[in-house]
Ligand binder design. Sequence first.
Ligand SMILES: *Cc1c(COP(=O)(O)O)cnc(C)c1O
Length: 368
Amino acid sequence: MDRAMPNIYDGELVGVSEFVLDRLPSIARTSSRAFVTIGNGHAAWQMAISNTLSQGDKVLVLECGRFATLWGRAAEVSGIEVEILDSSPGRSIDPARVLERLEADAGHEIAAVLTVHADTSSSAVNDIAAIRAALDDAGHPALLMVDCIASLGCMRYEMDEWGVDLTVGASQKGLMVPPGLGIVWAGPRAVEAHQRAGLRNAYFDWGPRLVDGPLYTRYGGTPPVTHLFGMMEALQMIEEEGLEAIWQRHQVLAGSVRAAVDAWSAPGGLCLYVTDPQSRADSVTTVATGDVDADELRRVCQDSANLTLGFGMFDKPDRTFRIGHMGHTNPPVVLGTLGTIEAALHSMGAPLGASGVAAAAEYLADSL
Ligand SMILES: *Cc1c(COP(=O)(O)O)cnc(C)c1O
């Protein structure tokens, strides 16, 4: 990414952009087009909303943590009516409740269902195929829009097979590129909705981006030059390892993290925040800390070992923390992280059942 700026109209960059745009659909397992904007995940949320919805539309937000609600709030600012269907703490969305709500919407007032695949705050993962089935069983025409920022390149996600109309991603999580690219994959029904969307605005509009014209119009102005080079490299790395192998690696590493937390568990001490084993994301793990001060734990890890842990995003933020294990990661990184946390817990005199590092190593042994 660190290079002299090339010509933005002609030459090498044209091929780099083609490479990226040609391959992005495969990351979301879709044959639909990816729109790339300079921006973060919030920009991609905005692009999704403004190209598919109109002022006064209603959306149903399915929440199992925090991020779907934030997406809903962004829609609210644009004059969208938002209804939130919450899951219980530590659980993923119950598709039966989605079915019930959609069946009650006999007049089809709900224009879109907004949800996340893996929620980065709770570390719960939703069964997107089951949510799709709820829409189908209700015979409801709402668009299904899914935020996969924390799962793409980490966990199995099948946009076309699962019947998702629109997928949102960003460069800086499982896709391993610095923050700066927002990505929206738009299926046929989303592109169709674009034709009557009243919230379209000049910058995010898919119109000029749908035409395979010059780079300058594909990106709504100057392309994100260095990020395109970074994304090309990341996509090559993903191709070399293979998406399925990457999902498998994340599953194994996540399993070792969960084995560690289970081993640490003790009365008054740590446990996994997500209670149902089927609902745990393979990209991030939220740990509830009982009587242990999670802020102090994070401070010790940060100040004395340069290990950054995710802060708790919940009602009791000083009693949860998060371990990220997404993207470019491997056993030395994960075992180093777990060993550092274990040392910090010892230094704080926290109640510990058994060694989490030993449990994680044992878990990993099967995959070596
Ligand atoms: C990180 C994240 C976001 C926000 O992305 P930004 O780049 O910070 O705007 C949204 N949704 C999920 C699931 C995320 O993990």
